[in-house]
Design a protein around this ligand. Structure first.
Ligand code: ADP
Ligand code: MG
Length: 740
């Protein structure tokens, strides 16, 4: 990174840091920006969250004249303009949501050449007077966002986009840069052709989203499964996708009953309600939005920490797009698919309604691909990228359930033979459920009527449970040892490969994995390591307040990544605050002091942290290495001049003074004294905790921290409904964290 800051690149890196507050470019951004600065057309396919906006916002700030951005969604336009303005870029938009007066004022700014960025809706280009105005002002370049909308081959064709074709003829000297997150090679050449791009600098970025963790779980008791996940994410934003409107409504109700701030979203709700619910989600008023796939376009919310598919998606494209809405800020996010075979016939039912046979086949193939994705024991990331024609090079992606689980290859020939024997002995005329019933030795009426209790395989697998046999059947289907025939009532039959296995001519094995150990609060460990969660809560609510005051979504004020960083490096000066990713000059000026104040008061209340920070700062200068720093906090063994004040508290406590007395005597706050005691206890010093909390209570409270897997005080204090004070909880917490 350092050597990249060559003199000729000066304004670009300077702008990246000063305006956007970022330390380095994401893949391809630098090359794209340089092409634009060199007046060359650009065509870029980059995944959601890849950072496309920066590719045109940065040159817009650097270049002479106004950059015109064409974007299809009114709601997105406003958020993008708000975000740019927050960064100190002069930006505005024109679309149908503005009054005539507001529009006139934007035109005024445009004419006086005082705009860096102008967002407009595509239909403007069909308006002659608009074009005439544009011709009279200096334009640096045109950026076309969501460029796939111009292609009829794409999935989101918008006829209005066709009018953009005239840009290159009306403004032949001005470069055009087109961006999209989805374009097959066919759509790509269609876009380039329709826009008339002139041998553009072309980027097809990797679709890999390294910060997303992919997981598939069997759907068993969905409600409990979801509540478990939501508990882990307490209060952080996420999306739950469901297939039907009914399911959306019921689930939103259930979640609300369980105390979760959730709202529904589907195309059948009245428009105002839909809009209000989306807004509530966007502004962190609520945490969870339960939605059909109608939800997602038109939000750029960067701090979505999880996306759950509670039903089987219809195809991989959709799944990738929907999961892609999480973790735009680059911080870890989790994508969970609850897979139940029961969902397959429901989707098949809809597929059956399709009249055109060819289309029906295409849609069925797509569904089969999703089923394979969910049931095949192959790295999820490899499968997803493979679908888009991209080869994932590593053997272990480290961030999917397959790669993080304990995978072991086991021989399943005998189990396969049991299943196939049951299929074969019943004439290859029955479905999965019935075959598994036979193998398990079930005594159902159907089995008795058909005399399937008389065949040799009846009960042959009763020493294993039904989940095991479902796993075997899934695996045999995936490996095409058996197959399903018939659409409405599919029956299992043997393939040629299967016959070989049945007659002992071939063996078959499967990757069997243990459920991965549940990652402790996957969402709370950012890429750079753990951060202080208590401070995060504090800064998050401060961000929410500021956002509400200005009527913008919180992530526009500062991203989760920026807050996480603050909760790791505890910046208390302008220079350290400026080092935080996402804090550029404008944000430093606007929010620096208020966040610094909040961090300072937090450190005041928690001097053990301050000690570590100060010690670290004096060791290595103000730029702190996160891992090292958090080590220091965790072990709490660092001492410095600050340790003297802790020692003073120790002395007084040993002399028999209470917390209140010490605070008074030393003229420091109660919170500080408590923090001193916490530190002393953690360090294993001789502190008589019984003077503050009774031993059995201390143990009970302490154990709850372990159960909750979090050192946060509030949930514990709340749990005891008033019978445990914060002071007591702190002492119990320190007691549990004591080093032996
Ligand atoms: P896209 O439009 O490609 O989906 P965005 O432009 O909305 O993505 O960017 C996603 C997020 O990534 C935003 O929060 C943005 O601030 C952040 N981002 C963009 N470029 C960088 C960078 N170089 N370093 C850090 N964060 C970045
Ligand atoms: Mg975008």
């Amino acid at each position: 990174m350092v050597e990249k800051c060559a003199a000729n690149a000066f304004p670009v890196f300077e702008t990246l840091k000063k305006v956007f507050g970022f330390q380095s470019f994401r893949p391809n951004q630098e090359e794209i920006i340089k092409s634009i600065l060199n007046k060359k057309d650009v065509f870029a396919v980059m995944p959601t969250g890849g950072g496309k906006s920066l590719c045109y916002q940065l040159p817009a700030k650097v270049m002479e004249g106004t950059t015109v951005v064409i974007s299809p969604l009114i709601s997105l336009m406003k958020d993008q303009v708000d975000a740019a303005v927050e960064n100190g870029i002069s930006a505005a938009f024109i679309n149908s949501s503005l009054t005539t007066k507001e529009t006139a004022s934007v035109f005024q700014k445009l004419r006086s050449n005082s705009l860096d960025l102008l967002y407009i809706a595509p239909e403007r280009f069909a308006m002659q007077n608009f074009l005439e105005t544009l011709k009279t002002v200096p334009i640096s370049f045109f950026a076309i966002d969501e460029a796939h909308c111009i292609s009829e081959w794409g999935h989101d064709f918008r006829p209005d986009y066709l009018s953009l074709s005239i840009i290159v003829s009306v403004f032949p000297k001005i470069p055009v840069a087109a961006f999209t997150a989805t374009a097959t090679p066919k759509v790509q050449s269609d876009i380039i052709g329709k826009l008339g791009l002139r041998t553009p600098f072309t980027v097809r970025a990797s679709f890999n989203r390294p910060n997303l963790l992919y997981r598939v779980e069997s759907k068993r008791g969905l409600e409990k499964q979801l509540l478990d996940v939501l508990e882990k994410y307490e209060g952080e934003p996420g999306i739950i996708y469901r297939t039907t409107r009914d399911a959306v409504m019921t689930m939103a109700e259930t979640l609300k009953r369980n105390g979760i701030k959730a709202l529904p979203y589907h195309a059948g709700l009245p428009q105002e309600e839909r809009k209000a619910n989306q807004e509530a989600f966007n502004t962190d008023e609520i945490n969870v939005i339960v939605a059909t796939i109608a939800f997602g376009m038109g939000i750029d919310k960067s701090n979505v920490r999880f996306v759950i598919h509670a039903d089987l998606p219809k195809n991989i494209e959709g799944y990738y797009q929907e999961t892609g809405r999480s973790g735009r800020d680059g911080e870890p996010a989790e994508c969970i698919l609850y897979f139940g075979r029961g969902d397959i016939p429901k989707i098949k039912y809809f597929i059956d309604q399709i009249e055109d046979e060819k289309e029906r086949r295409v849609v069925t193939d797509k569904l089969n691909q999703v089923v394979r994705y969910a049931s095949h024991n192959v790295c999820r990331r490899k499968q997803l990228l493979g679908y888009f024609g991209e080869e994932y090079p590593d053997d272990n992606c480290k961030t999917c359930d397959i790669c993080t689980g304990n995978v072991e290859r086991v021989d399943i020939t005998i189990d396969a033979q049991i299943i196939m024997s049951a299929i074969s002995r019943t004439g290859q005329r029955f479905g999965i459920m019935h075959i598994i019933d036979i193998v398990l030795g079930a005594n159902t009426k159907r089995i008795r009527d058909l005399e399937h209790d008389k065949i040799k395989t009846h009960g042959a697998g009763k020493d294993r449970d039904k989940y095991h046999w479902h796993f075997i059947v899934d695996e045999l289907l995936v490996q095409e040892v058996i197959q399903q025939e018939g659409d409405r009532y599919p029956v299992l039959t043997l393939t040629d490969k299967g016959k070989k296995v049945l007659f002992g001519k071939d063996k078959i094995s499967a990757l069997k994995r243990e459920e991965p150990k549940r990652k402790k609060r996957a969402g709370k460990e950012s890429e750079l390591g753990p951060y202080n969660e208590d401070l995060f809560e504090k800064l998050r609510s401060l961000r929410k307040q500021l956002a509400d005051d200005q009527h913008v979504p919180p992530y526009i004020i500062l991203s989760d990544r920026s807050l996480h960083e603050m909760c790791r490096s505890f910046p208390t000066t302008h220079s350290t605050m400026a080092e935080v990713s996402g804090v550029g000059d404008a944000k430093l000026e606007r929010y620096g002091d208020i966040f610094i104040k909040s961090i300072k008061s937090f450190l005041d209340e928690n001097p053990d942290i301050e000690i570590a920070v100060e010690r670290h700062a004096s060791d290595v200068g103000h730029r702190t290495a996160p891992e090292k720093l958090s080590d220091n906090i965790a072990t709490g063994t660092t001492f410095s001049k600050k340790s003297k004040t802790v020692e003073k508290t120790y002395e007084l406590f040993k002399q028999g003074h209470s917390i209140g007395e010490i605070a008074k005597k030393r003229n420091i706050s109660l919170l500080t004294v408590e923090a001193h005691l916490e530190k002393l206890i953690m360090d294993g010093r001789d502190i008589d905790t019984e003077r503050i909390i009774e031993p059995s209570k201390c143990e009970e409270v302490g154990r709850l921290f372990l159960t909750l897997k979090s050192w946060r005080l509030t949930p514990v204090v709340d749990h005891f409904k008033g019978s445990v004070s914060y002071t007591e909880a702190k002492i119990a917490r320190a007691f549990m964290r004591q080093k032996d």
